[in-house]
Design a protein around this ligand. Sequence first.
Ligand SMILES: *[C@@H]1O[C@H](CO)[C@@H](O)[C@H](O)[C@H]1NC(C)=O
Length: 356
Amino acid sequence: MRNSALSSHHQIIINLLSCFIFLQAGIIHVESKVPAVIVFGASMVDAGNNNPLPTISKCNFSPYGRDLEGGKATGRFSNGRIVTDFISQAFGNKPLVPAYLDSSYGIEDFATGVTFASGGTGFDNKTADVSSAIPLWKEVEYFKDYKIRLATLLGKKAAIKTIKEAVYIISLGTNDFLINYFGLPDRSLHFTLKEYENFLTGIANNFIVELYRLGARKISLGGLPPLGCLPIKRTLVAGHACNEEFNTAAKSFDMKLKSLAAKLSGELQGSKVVFSDIYHIVMDVIQKPSLYGFENVKNGCCGSGRFEVSYLCHRWNPLTCKDASKYAFWDAVHPSEKLHFIIANNMMKTSLTEFV
Ligand SMILES: *[C@@H]1O[C@H](CO)[C@@H](O)[C@H](O)[C@H]1NC(C)=O
């Protein structure tokens, strides 16, 4: 009697335990409504697609990636993980979203998340030309190729479901302004700033319609960071203040992307297109660094922090900071891992709640 009472007591504990383990497993491997995070864009969200390309927009060398596991320079423009890695993890998926052109990964890996992004690219074909990066239309071609491979791996029906339920993260535009419009004579000779913004917005529109046509439904269109506060832009301003002209351009373009997202959400049946604001969270960090644990928001960690990016940010630079987590920017253009995390976290709490 006693024995059986004890054993049933045990049984209850075992049941409770397995229940607990089951719950734990449920939390970790949450049956996510989001089977994959699929990424398009430029260097903020590139994880190494430029590595095999003859471009100077590259970073598959130290000290890039020095805070990743194994200190590996994967081609992420960061000391560690990037915004889309954190977003993937937040959706219950893998902690690193691999680059489609990284030959150390295969379709089994890409099936749960992939990035087609290429550092230096833009909405404008000409931006990609200048940087020798992958133009946006070609990112879409890679996506079409991905869909075919996914169908071979999962079967046609499951592949369509993955494509439909995946979250699409789009992040580009910075280079169209920094490198192209404000950096080179051609576009600025033929377009006013407003006209150029409209030109880019038209391309963004066609791009998202194309993604929709290819099966995408949950789409985040990312805005620009405060362009004038990027270390490389501060360098030329007295007292290293933010360049207000560039910030104004970023805000004005953001307004257009925001309206575009709302318009497309209405037009594309069964879709949700959200605008993800980057500007204000990055600005908040810049204005209240200590609130976020930053000591420096004006210079990149790498080198002098004023101009070093890509090949200029190299391991022999003795000025590179010791602890990148105290810096909002890793190099003169790109966020540190910690700022990437803050941006991802902010997106998960705002625009991306739509997709949870
Ligand atoms: C960009 O280039 C592709 C390929 O040549 C072309 O199909 C597309 O129309 C171009 N986009 C614009 C906006 O000119």
